[in-house]
Design a protein around this ligand. Structure first.
Ligand code: COA
Length: 447
């Protein structure tokens, strides 16, 4: 079977940078260490006045197509995953296609376009849709363009204000891909939950503490479902495990659950047993509470072991490097984690070809999805060509009053007027220019 997977990646960050320990923490009366040590965050990317989900998505897609020498005719499908849509009818992919048609010869009139919604897991779902479309033989030799784009802004004063971010990840899904081939097997953990939602409102209602618990519960289910397909997994099976990363501290909580499951009944569990005992098994307990207490005690001891620390440093920590600097990008977040891992391998000159990643996505509401990806021989060329760190380093830092002004500009309930000056000057990119006669948003490319 010809492999299908990720053939290209491009990342577009919001142009502004808010320093979290240095600027947001003192303004909100928070300890800087809450960001750096607790949440694991150093900065948020934020959108300037002329940026939104369309400009960031179109800029990422344009750069990706340009780098790959693609024309609109090469693309048979454009799917946008977002939690920040501003229209309940017209999909963001049509706006992005319109932007791209203004700079490329040709058009996307014979490409299928859509918008995917399931909180942060929608980006992964769009990749899966593209995979299924190609596997079904409906692509006519064309690739799919998947764009995960979000402005993850929260109401001022909301707990989520600490974990904001904005940016887009564009990915090309194709046969015989250059970077990663997707596994056919998938595991799901899905349930009707109320942890994060936007019922007809711009900013989310979020129960952050509950969301952490729901994330962990759905991940556990997805992992069990995945293992039911592929058999038992082992920590050595995966070079990296990129998780959905609303903030790196969340991944610090999720990783031990995966590790415990993977070492169960292996030589690693046996080697650790003299110091921390064997894993508690439910059948050895009369009631569930006693089992959970024993499990919590085991987990506390497990994360203190050298074996766990070495695995975490090798497999998990490198997936967090982009997230630490940009905050939560919702649908793009797990794709940033995967990219961070590949950048780490390139940086350390690791020969990753043939190795596997285990990709763990999550969307509130709630659903986790886990699948494996096999690194392709030509991965390095693609990753070396990705200018993501130079874009991140080129962001413009803003002070707290500027942050307040920018947040107001993006708040649909505040009329800041049409003439709020941007902080930066756009250059070679799509920008938002205002509203049209049917209240549609309008865009142009600025040279
Ligand atoms: N030094 C070191 N660590 C500190 C600290 C300090 N001075 N102050 C706090 N911390 C730690 C806390 O112990 C906690 O870590 P732990 O959970 O491992 O114990 C962490 O920093 C966060 O502190 P907490 O008090 O829980 O923060 P909070 O009540 O402000 O809430 C979130 C944090 C993440 C729940 C909140 O920002 C949020 O809801 N974000 C949105 C998340 C989201 O969108 N979820 C949905 C998508 S998955």
């Amino acid at each position: 079977m010809t492999p299908v997977g990720i053939d290209g990646i491009e990342i577009w960050t919001g142009t502004l940078k808010l320093d979290l320990p240095g600027t947001l923490a003192p303004a909100l009366g928070e300890e800087p260490a809450k960001f750096t040590k607790g949440l694991g965050l150093y900065a948020s990317s934020l959108p300037d006045t002329y940026e939104d989900i369309v400009t960031m998505g179109a800029n990422a897609a344009y750069a990706l197509m340009d780098r790959h020498g693609l024309e609109p005719d090469d693309i048979g499908r454009i799917d946008v995953a977002t939690e920040s849509a501003f229209d309940n009818s017209k999909p963001v992919s049509t706006y992005i296609a319109g932007c791209l048609e203004s700079v490329f010869d040709g058009d996307f009139h014979h490409a299928n376009k859509g918008e995917r919604k399931f909180a942060c897991v929608a980006g992964t779902q769009s990749i899966n849709d593209a995979y299924n479309w190609i596997r079904a033989g409906r692509n006519r030799g064309r690739a799919a363009l998947v764009i995960a784009t979000d402005t993850a802004l929260y109401e001022r004063g909301d707990g989520g204000e600490l974990t904001q971010g904005a940016g887009a990840v564009a990915m090309l899904i194709d046969e015989d891909p250059s970077i990663l081939a997707l596994s056919q097997e998938q595991g799901y953990g899905s349930a009707d939950e109320t942890d994060f939602l936007k019922p007809n409102q711009q900013f989310p209602s979020v129960d952050g503490k509950r969301s952490i618990q729901v994330y962990l519960a759905r991940m556990r289910e997805a992992m069990a479902d995945f293992e039911a397909q592929v058999g038992e997994t082992h920590p050595d099976d995966y070079a990296y495990i990129p998780f959905h990363t609303p903030f790196p501290g969340m991944v610090r909580k999720a990783a031990p659950i995966g590790y415990r499951r993977m070492i169960r009944a292996t030589e690693i569990e046996d080697d650790l047993a003299p110091s921390i005992g064997h894993q508690p098994r439910p059948e050895a307990f009369d009631d569930e509470a006693a089992f959970h207490d024993a499990l919590a005690e085991y987990m506390d001891a497990l994360v203190e072991t050298d074996a766990y620390a070495a695995w975490y440093d090798r497999v998990i920590e490198p997936t967090l490097s982009l997230s630490r600097e940009v905050g939560n990008w919702y649908t793009g977040s797990v794709h940033l984690a995967r990219t961070s891992a590949l950048l780490d391998a390139a940086d350390r000159d690791v020969d990753l070809a043939g190795m596997q990643l285990l990709v763990a996505s999550y969307g509130s509401g709630a659903q986790a999805e886990i699948h494996a990806e096999t690194v392709r021989p030509s991965w390095r060329e693609e990753i070396d060509a990705l200018p993501v760190w130079s874009h991140i380093e080129a962001r413009t830092s803003i002070d707290f009053p500027t942050y307040e002004r920018i947040h107001d500009v993006h708040n649909h309930d505040i009329d800041t007027g049409a003439d709020v000056d941007p902080v930066t000057v756009p250059n070679g990119e799509f920008v938002f220019t205002g509203w049209g006669r049917m209240n549609e948003r309008q865009y142009e490319f600025v040279d």
